[in-house]
Design a protein around this ligand. Sequence first.
Ligand SMILES: *[C@@H]1O[C@H](CO)[C@@H](O)[C@H](O)[C@H]1NC(C)=O
Length: 456
Amino acid sequence: MSSNNYTNKKNLNICVILVGLPCRGKTFISNKIKTYLTWVMINCKIFNIGDYRRKQLGNVLDEFINVDSDFYNAENVEALKIRLNSYEQALDDMTKWFQTNEGVAVLDGTSSTREHRKWLLERLRKQHIEPVFVESYCDDQELINLNIQELIKSSPDKKDFNFYEEKIKNYIKVYESLNQFEDEKDYTFVKLMKMSNGLEQAVINKVQSYLESKILFYVMNLNYLKPSKVIWLSRHGESVYNVEKKIGGDSRLSERGLLYARKIPKLLKEQGFDEENQMTAWTSTLVRTNETAQYLPFQQVLPWRALNELDAGLCDGMTYEEIEEKYPEDFKERDDNKFEYRYKGGESYKDVVLRLEPVMMELERQSNILIITHQAVLRCIYAYFMNIPQDQSPWVAIPLHTLIKLEVRPYGACKVTLIKANIPAVSTYKEKGTSSVGENSDITNNSSRNLLTDSL
Ligand SMILES: *[C@@H]1O[C@H](CO)[C@@H](O)[C@H](O)[C@H]1NC(C)=O
């Protein structure tokens, strides 16, 4: 799975370097970059300076137990040495990683002075790694406080508000924002600004490749420094084709499918949804998702062509048994590498992921969205939020007549709740190596996976 659609230059290795004061969403941004790149099949690894510092202090679990905020004081020479050392070790590990990997490394630290960034840049360039800086600049105290509260909430053993405030104060003394006019004008960077007067700006400087622009574009779409949000997902109700075990097509809902469509508003209500808070449904352009959305008490239902089911090409309208009989080699090939297998005249999961990119970008910006779409598409979306590797994502079982509630949090794992409608439906899950369908594994098998796998 080394090939991908973005790295057109050979050996193009990038290091994304986060810049900014503590509690500006840098770790959130780092984790998101990793999620996104992994999802589009680009190798990515995060090197978290905090982790290296904790290791050095012999305190793997928690820097905050031994280290008080004075540690971050610039005049604390001993501490400064430890911090610089953390960068050295992170860079050493990164160099090793690049010896066997092509892709993107993310350096998650504060990198808060020009001198330090210059040092990083020179060191990376020497190893033919191209640095890209991503700065999160925010002087909006309300947003920062909100972020501190989320941090405290996500880790019960960490210190209080006061500790973070002191830590930030110490960093502010030495912090220098990226400067696009003088000595940093030749750096590749994006500077994201959220200001107390409501101004939101991004300055982009010297983008040099398609992959760099993809990363920066993605980062600009992120709603960082925001509290948790909920996204609802559902497959369409059982369709006539589902009952006939046929794939693809554009059939209508079965009677049971219609019952499910009628029940969704009730399920949402039971979960605390009230019609006052405006929710939008996104569907595909196919009849079965349109019919599933028809009873929703929402102001807006938005059909996206990008949410249409994986195109099975010549196999559209066939059952798995028929496919196995007519195209035995293809059938096996698909089981062997389901993510990359492309139906004759149709699509692969990988194709679906690429066409879903704009949907995911929009999803990052939005909340209160219910997506009603199809099995393969939901697998791709689910894999994004749950960080499921792409060779496994096509095998995730997503049952019919079940509402999926995803709580996306800025720190920590994404929480999944399955809300069963208790309306019977056929199973459309196909195990590897067989052409018969039937539920076996379940989406919940994967729900222990974390959205944000790299710890703070
Ligand atoms: C379903 O499709 C019809 C016809 O295109 C459209 O008028 C209607 O608004 C759609 N309903 C929903 C819920 O999207």
